[in-house]
Write a protein that binds this ligand. Structure first.
Ligand SMILES: C[S@@+](CC[C@H](N)C(=O)[O-])C[C@H]1O[C@@H](n2cnc3c(N)ncnc32)[C@H](O)[C@@H]1O
Length: 191
């Protein structure tokens, strides 16, 4: 995407948010630093192909990934946000696949390590991997914007349910972006 088109995408997302921020569907939505993420995705596309945005909201990151050539997906628990993300993708000639549901794999619950907790992330819904016809381990790169207390549990999900090669790109308002490979030391036999 040319810089002008990227700016238009970010502006449109901002304007949707400012018009609808009081809707219930937006109560867990905060947008990340899209420019920094676009920069990282440009570097990562040389070595990763399948991309998943956890809690995709308006879908901006999955849209950018799709336009950069990734096979891009997004999972979002709020149906209204998925509808808005689909419309935004169409307006920006992007073809990510969005699904309504949870990004927390249904089989993850029992693997919560001591001290791992979710705060504002919704834990009641079923996962959406079936709807995408994908599993977490099918993704080369997962992007997420966890609440500050949730970075550990997000890493733990990829460590236990991702592939050994799955990269996790996390955004934090203070720390910026962090890239890790949570399952790199996992014994092969554990999945
Ligand atoms: C902090 S916002 C991030 C929005 C966008 N990904 C970004 O980085 O700009 C978190 C999003 O996750 C969604 N969400 C919360 N719990 C979820 C869950 N278990 N599965 C899928 N989406 C969830 C919220 O509705 C919200 O849209």
């Amino acid at each position: 995407m040319q810089p002008r088109e990227l700016l238009r995408l970010w502006d449109e997302a901002e304007s949707i948010w400012s018009q609808r921020q009081d809707d219930d569907a937006f109560h867990g939505y905060v947008s990340a630093d899209f420019e920094a993420i676009h920069h990282s995705l440009r570097k990562l596309r040389k070595r990763t192909h399948t991309f998943l945005e956890w809690g995709s909201g308006l879908g901006v990151v999955a849209i950018m990934a799709s336009r950069l050539g990734f096979d891009a997906y997004g999972i979002e628990v709020e149906p209204e946000l998925v509808a808005l993300a689909d419309e935004l993708a169409e307006r920006f000639a992007a073809t990510p696949t969005f699904a309504v549901g949870s990004f927390i794999p249904d089989d993850f619950d029992e693997q919560l390590a001591n001290g791992d907790e979710f705060h504002k992330t919704v834990v009641t819904d079923r996962d959406a991997y079936g709807e995408l016809d994908m599993e977490l381990r099918d993704f080369d790169l997962v992007y997420a914007y966890p609440w500050p207390e949730e970075h550990g549990v997000f890493r733990n999900i990829v460590r236990t349910c991702g592939a050994k090669h799955t990269l996790l790109l996390r955004y934090d308002a203070r720390e910026g972006l962090t890239l890790s490979r949570p399952a790199k030391n996992r014994p092969e036999a554990s999945r």
